[in-house]
Design a protein around this ligand. Structure first.
Ligand code: FES
Ligand code: FES
Length: 156
């Protein structure tokens, strides 16, 4: 498939211009064209949340987003949160609470958790559980993940 369409968007705070094809997903663009492999390919069908990125500040599944639809938008990946204070606290809490095992799901959870903390839910475990229901983890059983997010959300 020829890369016959150029798009321009903001990626992790900086301008990017990328050649894509009309059927390419944002996930393929990020991982294969731009080498940003922190965003994971899990199911490719919008079921697991491993590919979660922020599009104009909202968490979305990059596997279901066409790259061409990023044109003119703002995209943030896990790499873009390296110096984000909320994401940093979330990652630290995941380690402290044992919410990271194989780590495959963690970038997606961190993207989702950052937005939950910023919604000021406090330690409302039910709201947090609803907020992460699009993210699957086959290792932890979720309790530790919810504990970790609640600890950060309630400390705000
Ligand atoms: S890879 Fe996108 S939701 Fe699973
Ligand atoms: S820590 Fe392994 S899938 Fe979540």
């Amino acid at each position: 498939m020829p890369l016959d369409q150029e798009i321009e968007f903001t990626l992790n705070g900086g301008p990017r211009r990328v050649a894509v094809n009309p059927e390419m997903s944002a996930l393929t663009m990020l991982r294969e064209t731009l080498g940003l492999t922190g965003t994971k390919y899990g199911c490719g069908e919008g079921e697991c949340g491993a590919c979660t990125v922020l599009l104009d500040g909202r968490p979305v599944n990059a596997c279901l987003l066409f790259a061409v639809d990023c044109d003119g938008r703002e995209l943030v990946t896990i790499e873009g949160l390296a110096s984000d204070p909320v994401a940093g606290r979330v990652q630290q809490a995941f380690v402290e609470y044992g919410a990271v095992q194989c780590g495959f799901c963690t970038p997606g959870f961190v993207m989702q958790a950052k937005t939950l903390v910023e919604r000021h839910l406090g330690a409302d475990r039910n709201a947090i559980a609803r907020g992460i229901e699009g993210n699957l983890c086959r290792c932890t059983g979720y309790r530790k993940i919810i504990d970790a997010i609640a600890s950060v959300a309630s400390a705000k």
